[in-house]
Design a protein around this ligand. Sequence first.
Ligand code: PTJ
Length: 264
Amino acid sequence: MSVPKSHPRYNSLMTREKIADGVTKGITSVHGLIAHGRGEAFDYLIGEKTTETAKKSIDAAASLLLLAKNPVISVNGNAAALAPKEIVQLSKIIPAKLEVNIFHIRENQRFSGHQKSKGFFSASTQRALKIKNYLIKNKAKEVLMPQKNCKIKYLDSNRKFVNKNGIFKADVVFVPLEDGDRTEALIKNGKKVIAIDLNPMSRTAKKATITIVDNIIRAVPLLINTIKQFRKYNKTKLKKIIKNYGNKKVLKESISLISSLYKQ
Ligand code: PTJ
């Protein structure tokens, strides 16, 4: 689709194009389009820009990622389509491992009986592999894949399958835009979770250790810049940034901002 740069919704339309392209490539689930629409609605409500509140979360996220012993970036079909280069760049500067983890087990076509009989781990593998290859095309050196014999506790969906060298032993897991149940499970498994979610009322937003209420498109480049800057800080300074951070407060502020813009 060609969108004239002068179009008032140019950025939003180009982002839509990326997600639609992700579906065409077989990286993004068709359900990802619905998730994207929900994100767009919340982005509209926060004024389609990174708020001062989100910047506080980005500072805390940068500090936590720099202090982590085993940080892992979890990549799903939407994140891969929207910010592949940026996610790879982020993994290199932290440094953190990249691991594919997807929720929707159906490909864009319905299951064949054969796929069904193999169970949902096998059924999801094809798209997960496409995501891995797409990240490699975007200069990732290594991308971990979920393993059938390695699961986290307190989760029944396909997201329970993880890699024993990745999410399984991670102390901090970064989950850019995602459905709610896994964040809760990761926390119960003793991990700290950093989420990007435009919806400050979502379960992910509420359960995460740090929630960045912003669009992944804007938040990841800002996180990269903040990490570059914070790399010079000592541990005490990074720990202080985390100590002064309150996720509940950030979510409250984001909701207040939405209602104040609505009143104007
Ligand atoms: O590839 P899969 O199978 O793992 O599926 C990925 C999606 C995102 C489809 C899946 O995790 C899902 O269904 O998520 P939900 O439950 O729709 O939640 C997605 C959340 O991300 C919602 O709260 C949206 O508001 C938010 N969101 C959507 N687009 C963006 C976003 N947050 C930040 N940036 C976005 N661009």
